[in-house]
Design a protein around this ligand. Structure first.
Ligand code: NAP
Length: 276
């Protein structure tokens, strides 16, 4: 078993994820895994970094596929005995002009952004080594979507006692409510992406609380963040930040020094803790 520290970035064959891997290759003292659902796209991205003189390793990971997540888990357990840095970056967003019915957009978006990210956490968080760092890439869209929720929902999503099961029930209810076309009546905002990212931010707050309760002595720091508005296939060419600039906050959180005890359980953008 290798004693080398290991970092994993989900959805990193392009966009912000690729830029996070690039920065970690330069700054993280260990093995950095670029992961992708499609091995061809993943290997091509590894080759691109190699041309830049950087050495990333590859492992397949489709966060929609529990078998794929578990294969990565078993690989990390066997080869490294755990994991030092996990960046949950993989995500999807329908374009504004997309005419796919809203209920389908809700189901598909929540499946990857919330349920897929949660499944990765369920399988990989138990592997986190002491002083591990976990970064869940959310979005400012989570804050604005929170503002668009009913007072009752806002109270639940800001609660310091909400459980993961309760959050899963709420995310499931959103999808069900869109199918019945009652989501607005039920207090939800009209954004599937925004609600999926509420899920990611609230999940991060819950996970940090659980780490405090169950693994306090391990000094693991876990946060959600927004990379900013970044020029990628998701956000388009008009966005102000380059992918490397978008990687700055996630990488800052992934590399918080071992003597840091904060931020933890926060929503961070531009390296600054935001009020949730
Ligand atoms: P992007 O260029 O579209 O890249 C998304 C990445 O996620 C791709 O590598 C994609 O792989 C991967 N992915 C999607 N579904 C996956 C799955 N089921 N399993 C594994 N990988 C999957 O988007 P981006 O702008 O870099 O976004 C990265 C993260 O930042 C997302 O979580 C996004 O919500 C968040 N974010 C972005 C912005 C922005 O302005 N760009 C702002 C706020 C938050 P494929 O190539 O196979 O599709």
């Amino acid at each position: 078993m290798s004693n080398v520290p290991v970092a994993v970035v989900t959805g990193s064959n392009k966009g912000i994820g690729l830029a996070i891997v690039r920065a970690l290759c330069k700054q993280f003292p260990g093995d950095v895994y670029l992961t992708a659902r499609d091995p061809g796209r993943g290997q091509a991205a590894v080759a691109k970094l190699q041309e830049e003189g950087l050495r990333a390793l590859f492992h397949q990971l489709d966060i929609d596929d529990l078998q794929s997540i578990r294969a990565l888990r078993d690989f990390l357990k066997e080869k490294y005995g755990g994991l030092n840095v996990l960046v949950n970056n993989a995500g999807i967003a329908f374009k504004v002009r997309d005419t796919t019915p809203f209920a389908v957009q809700a189901e598909v978006t929540l499946k990857t952004n919330f349920f897929g990210t949660r499944n990765v956490c369920t399988e990989l968080l138990p592997l986190m080594k002491p002083y591990g760092r976990v970064v869940n890439v959310s979005s400012m869209a989570s804050s604005s979507a929170l503002g668009g929720c009913s007072q009752e929902l806002q109270k639940k999503f800001r609660s310091d006692t909400i459980t993961e099961d309760e959050l899963v029930q709420l995310m499931t209810k959103f999808v069900e409510d869109t199918k019945k076309s009652v989501h607005e009546k039920e207090g939800w905002p009209n954004t599937a992406y925004g609600v999926s990212k509420i899920g990611v931010t609230v999940l991060s707050r819950i996970q940090a609380r659980m780490l405090n309760e169950k693994r306090k002595g391990d000094h693991i720091l876990l946060n959600a963040c927004c990379p900013g508005w970044v020029r990628t296939d998701m956000a388009g060419p008009q966005a102000p930040k380059s992918p490397d600039e978008g990687a700055e906050t996630p990488v800052y959180l992934a590399l918080l020094p071992s003597d840091a005890d904060a931020p933890h359980g926060q929503f961070v953008s531009n390296k600054t803790v935001r009020t949730w």
